[in-house]
Design a protein around this ligand. Structure first.
Ligand code: ATP
Ligand code: MG
Length: 401
């Protein structure tokens, strides 16, 4: 069953019980744009208790805000009671909500293109805020006074940029002016939400538009200070690198965005944005290593083999390729190393272990690690071929200084 069919079933059932019910927000926008909606949200004048009574399988996901999840076959449909949001004191969550009518539910939404309702039974669109005209004009425009709307919820400023990047739209001028005035206030938005929006911008169809908007509005400072403080020429080059990526998983795109800021700044930014440890380590590794591939020709196998055996190697090579492309520099190291990626001898089983060394009489301590490392390098360089030769080398090293 499609998401739309599931939501249609919910609308029909609410209507049959005498309530008003519509598709609302993003799904209406996406259908008018000919994009596949991620999900279909239903808005209704039924209050949560009434919704829960009407449907057999429900989850009270956000009952205090009027949101009930209705399960239809294998689908989940969010059903939200028409509401007006009361004052926001934390700039993020409404302090309380009042259940209301369709009109105030439209007016509490963020942008005109997100403010339309669809009657899927009659096949009509209800557009009280000029959303369709803005879709045609490809504009992100706040509903109502943009200053007040961004004061209520600062996350909306990032959403404006995110929709511009996803849809390739412009931000309407008075909305844009309000973002510029209030950009610094985004520092009070939770880092998890900031990360979510930055991620959506980086993986969007037009990340360059998003990044340029972040920088031009001043939003980049609270979002990614390390990138915001780059001088203009280095910022422009950084954006060209992001643009040159042929695939943009979040971690790779973020590493591209931070590579010029350097490894400590990248670590701080990743920590700030609450990336998982694994994500953070990968970003930092990419930023620390991006300059290695150009040195490949002068590297010994004991250097390039571990680099290529690392799980981040395909991303590292892609980052390197993007940097070279942005700089108009040659791709021979990229071509060479990409060819090596599939080699079966990048990470061969070790020929000797710490236990072997202990058995040879080496006392516990740092010397063990040093010998293992030296033997490993010799193995990767083809100077030691089997366990016997490895033990002989270890014995030689032991006899030496
Ligand atoms: P996406 O494709 O990212 O899901 P969407 O428009 O569906 O886009 P959601 O975050 O799922 O975005 O929100 C659904 C709808 O709720 C929006 O279309 C908008 O009408 C409203 N909305 C969401 N977040 C806000 C907000 N911070 N302030 C006001 N209205 C909002
Ligand atoms: Mg949505």
């Amino acid at each position: 069953m499609t998401s739309r069919d599931a939501a249609l079933e919910v609308v029909r059932k609410l209507r049959d019980a005498g309530f008003e019910a519509f598709f609302a927000g993003g799904c209406v926008r996406d259908r008018l744009l000919g994009r596949e909606p991620g999900d279909h949200d239903v808005a209704t004048n039924a209050i949560p208790d009434q919704v829960q009574k009407l449907f057999r399988r429900t989850v009270a996901v956000g009952k205090q805000f009027g949101v009930i999840m209705v399960l239809v076959k294998d689908r989940q449909v969010e059903v939200a009671t028409f509401r007006a949001d009361a004052k926001y004191t934390d700039g993020r969550h409404p302090d309380s909500v009042t259940f209301s009518d369709l009109k105030s539910d439209v007016l509490r939404r963020d942008f005109t293109i997100n403010g339309m309702m669809e009657d899927p039974v009659a096949g009509t669109v209800m557009d009280l805020v000029g959303g369709n005209a803005d879709l045609q004009a490809r504009l992100i425009r706040a509903i109502g006074d943009p200053d007040l709307r961004f004061d209520e919820d600062r996350l909306r400023m990032l959403r404006a940029v995110r929709f511009a990047a996803q849809l390739g739209f412009e931000i309407e001028s008075s909305t844009l002016a309000a973002v510029r005035r209030r950009a610094a206030e985004v520092s009070s938005v939770s880092r998890e939400r900031v990360r979510e929006e930055l991620e959506k911008i980086l993986v969007s169809a037009d990340p360059v538009r998003g990044l340029d908007l972040l920088r031009a509005t001043g939003l980049l400072h609270p979002v990614l200070p390390a990138a915001a403080t780059l001088p203009d020429d280095r910022w422009k080059r950084t954006v060209r690198v992001v643009e040159a990526l042929t695939r943009r998983p979040f971690v790779l795109a973020l590493a591209a965005l931070l590579h010029d800021a350097g490894r400590p700044a990248a670590g701080t930014a990743a920590r700030d944005l609450k990336l998982s440890n694994e994500e953070r380590e990968r970003v930092v590794w990419l930023v620390a290593r991006y300059a290695d591939p150009p040195r490949a020709a002068s590297m010994r196998p004991s250097e390039w083999k571990p680099l290529l055996a690392h799980p981040g190697a395909p991303d590292l090579l892609e980052l390197h390729r993007a940097i070279q492309t942005a700089d108009g520099a040659p791709l021979d190291a990229y071509t060479l190393l990409t060819g090596y990626l599939a080699r079966p001898d990048l990470d061969p089983p070790r020929l000797i272990t710490g236990d072997d060394l202990l058995a040879l009489g080496v006392p516990r301590g740092p010397r063990i690690g040093e010998i293992l490392q030296t033997v490993r390098e010799a193995q990767l360089n083809g100077e030691v071929a089997n366990a016997e030769e490895a033990r002989a080398m270890a014995a030689r090293l032991l006899g030496g200084p």
